[in-house]
Design a protein around this ligand. Structure first.
Ligand code: NDP
Ligand code: 8X3
Length: 251
């Protein structure tokens, strides 16, 4: 049975992907820092769908942990067909001259370096098998910079560049690389960005019908089921009421 590795599976897009691929019969490697959420997902999805799940709790910013925990999974689990590089997020929303340096470090270390650490472990396994599909979750924020988005936008522009680089370097090995760049989607994203302020988080989606995590999971699933010779390289996905990174039609 095919294997998918999803980083950041404890919430949002990653959790929705876990549910979608479990229902389709995939075996899942699920990662995130919140081990108890991974355990609950494992118990539920294994019982519902008769699949196998390998939960791996680590912080993607910790290169040693990524190499040790992910790098040493049993051989049978190393035959990963799909990698969804999803773990990440935004921390803060401030003019750059007032930015919190710790927030900058968190975003750069998670969204860029964490994605690279995980990919560095998995890509050689895909190269050896001459097959695989990597999804990198960027953002509309990586395509256009909005006010106060500065460093978050920069990390997602980096994800876009890394996707392009992967696509070139992995081309001879038949590995697909798809960049997915969502607009406003209601997950735990804004709660994390605003450090637990639920009102501020809810205001982001006021007057909008935002994307759901399931919308993004459905799109990733669709891209992953296309014939071998077809690759969707890059996708920008917004709610109907969002034209670009900064223009919304709120009702
Ligand atoms: P959520 O906050 O709901 O989920 C984020 C996931 O990432 C969680 O599972 C979290 O797990 C994991 N994660 C965060 N930091 C780390 C870390 N250091 N180590 C390991 N895992 C980590 O947000 P979304 O589902 O919305 O976000 C998923 C991705 O999509 C992110 O890369 C985000 O930037 C991007 N995105 C989101 C959009 C949106 O509007 N929601 C739009 C565009 C892109 P845990 O906390 O357990 O470690
Ligand atoms: C998340 C979408 O527009 O809040 O990447 O940056 S946005």
């Amino acid at each position: 049975m095919a294997i998918i590795l999803i980083t950041g599976a404890t919430a949002g897009f990653g959790k929705a992907c876990a549910e979608k691929y479990a229902a389709a019969g995939y075996n899942l490697i699920l990662t995130g820092r919140r081990a108890e959420r991974l355990k609950t997902l494992q118990t539920t999805l294994e019982a519902q769908h008769g699949i196998k799940i390998l939960p791996l709790a680590f912080d993607v910013r910790d290169q040693e942990a990524v190499a040790k925990v992910l790098g040493n999974i049993p051989l049978a689990w190393q035959a990963i067909d799909i990698l969804v590089n999803n773990a990440g997020g935004a921390n803060g929303l401030s003019p750059i001259q007032e930015g919190d340096v710790e927030d900058w470090n968190t975003m750069i270390d998670t969204n860029i370096k964490g994605l690279l650490y995980v990919s560095r472990v998995v890509m050689p396994w895909m190269v050896a098998r001459q097959q695989g599909h990597i999804f990198n979750i960027g953002s509309i924020a990586g395509k256009q910079v909005y006010a106060k988005g500065n460093v978050y936008c920069a990390t997602k522009a980096a994800v876009d560049a890394i996707s392009q680089g992967m696509r070139i370097d992995l081309l001879p090995y038949g590995i697909k690389v798809t960049g997915v760049h969502p607009g406003a989607a209601e997950t735990e994203f804004s709660l994390v960005r605003f450090k637990g302020d639920a009102q501020k988080a809810a205001d982001v989606y006021k007057g909008l019908t935002p994307l759901t995590a399931e919308d993004i999971a459905d799109i990733i699933f669709y891209c992953s089921q296309l014939p071998r010779h077809v690759c969707i390289n890059d996708l920008v996905v917004t709610p109907l009421q969002q034209a670009n990174a900064f223009y919304y039609d709120r009702k």
